[in-house]
Design a protein around this ligand. Structure first.
Ligand code: 2PG
Ligand code: MG
Length: 412
């Protein structure tokens, strides 16, 4: 049992060059947990607020004024640390202290505790004795809120090496597809600049269907069959297209509009044509019934809520009751504290909702989410394919492959 001896914060930058907060939690004057908070671009309406009034400096000031309240707590006492944060902020969305602060303090404390216990973070987070690797799920082609004009309206086309038996092979296969896609894009368009979006996926000037076609072609060029060695996924991030006034999905870049029914057909056609394994936020964040239609139609693919469920346990319960998804993204900073996120994960696991632990588009170079994905029995880990801040998470999985407690890949 080790007690927190100091807690400090600082302002740093995320991968998008925006200010964020980093927190150092030290136990017994020597076990350092250090965590820098990420942030999203396509943010769910009901997720935790990152910073009070959008100001990381405000979260830092609150931490500095209240640091004494954490000193002397057991660094492994996640609930105790969470309770101190809640005593500073009784709002439901961390709008007073910032969800980013809750994220960094709670994960840094657990990292400090894991160092003191001389065990990896995933083991500190879970009582289990046997673990599996989640399948890396990575963005190979990006558009929407993560890339500029001319790119697809669809936010992310993703690759997952669903046939891989080892984490090494799964990562290598994703990288090979990402590389081959560049060749395909260069052949398609001699003006392609090799530009990439926020998460490292290529950002070509292509409309949605063409973007899916070239992604499938990259897989086929490598001798892979979709749905066998590799599978594609899509994050539609459909709330970005949803126009409340018109009650329609507006595809600005491609130049068409979908009614609710047309959007369901649009997503269903893509799922079938490209044999997707994963479809995220295919309809907007409040369309629980429309999501339920897709979930009923595709029981064998991960019909996933992100903006829909926002790592919020009450919203997840609503989604379970209305059968709106069979899988859910877990982003700790959507919930706020790690305690909140683990509660969410327990409810998901108890109700057969498959978890996909995920990065944010604005990331740090930290890699604790690789451990969180393993500890929460996530089926997939959505962390990108390339880019230093994405590779950091994948490299951590490779380091962890040396660990005896983790055997084999998750069953999707
Ligand atoms: C998403 C995420 C991560 P953002 O929508 O799933 O890919 O993007 O962090 O911008 O919300
Ligand atoms: Mg998403």
């Amino acid at each position: 049992m080790t007690k927190i001896s100091s807690i400090e914060g600082r302002i740093l930058y995320n991968s998008r060059g925006s200010k964020t907060i980093e927190v150092d939690v030290e136990s017994e004057g020597k076990f350092l947990g250090r965590v820098c908070a990420p942030s999203g671009a396509s943010v769910g309406k009901y997720e935790a607020v990152s910073f009070p009034n959008g100001k990381p400096e405000e979260s830092l000031r609150i931490l500095q004024e209240n640091s004494q309240k954490f000193i002397g707590l057991e660094s492994s006492d996640l609930k105790g640390i969470h309770d101190v944060l809640k005593s500073l902020d009784s709002s439901t969305d961390y709008s007073r202290i910032g969800g980013a602060l809750a994220f960094a303090v709670t994960i840094a404390s657990m990292e400090s505790a894991s160092k003191a216990a001389e065990q990896p973070l995933f083991k500190t987070l879970s009582p289990e004795f046997s673990f599996k690797f989640p399948f890396p799920l990575g963005n190979i082609l990006g558009g929407g809120a993560h890339a500029g004009p001319g790119t697809p309206d669809i936010q992310e086309i993703l690759i997952c090496a669903t046939g891989s038996k080892t984490i090494e092979d799964a990562i290598e296969t994703n990288l090979a597809v990402h590389k081959e896609l560049r060749n395909v894009l260069e052949n398609e368009d001699s003006d392609f600049t090799n530009g990439r979006g926020d998460e490292g996926g290529w950002a070509p000037k292509l409309e949605n269907q063409k973007a899916l076609e070239v992604s499938a072609k990259a897989c086929e060029n490598l001798g892979f069959t979709l749905g066998k060695e590799v599978s594609l996924g899509v994050d539609f991030a459909a709330s970005t297209q949803w126009n409340e006034e018109k009650q329609k999905y507006v595809y600005d870049r491609a130049g068409f509009e979908n009614s609710t029914g047309e959007q369901i057909d649009f997503a269903a056609n893509i799922i079938e044509k490209y044999k997707l394994i994963f479809a995220e936020d295919a309809v907007h964040e409040e369309a629980f019934e429309d999501m339920a239609e897709l979930t009923a139609k595709f029981p064998n693919i991960l019909v996933t809520g992100d903006d829909l469920t926002v790592t919020n346990k009450d919203i997840l319960i609503k989604a379970i009751d209305s059968k709106s998804c069979n899988a859910s993204i877990l982003k700790v900073n959507q919930a706020g504290s790690l305690y909140d996120a683990l509660e969410f994960a327990n409810i998901a696991n108890q109700n057969n909702i498959k978890l996909i632990t995920s990065h944010r588009s604005g990331e740090s170079t930290d890699s604790q989410i690789s451990h969180i994905g393993i500890a929460t029995k996530s089926k997939m880990l959505k962390v990108g394919v390339v880019g230093g801040e994405r590779i950091a998470k994948l490299n951590e999985l490779l380091r962890l492959s040396e660990h005896d407690l983790i055997r084999g890949m998750a069953e999707i």
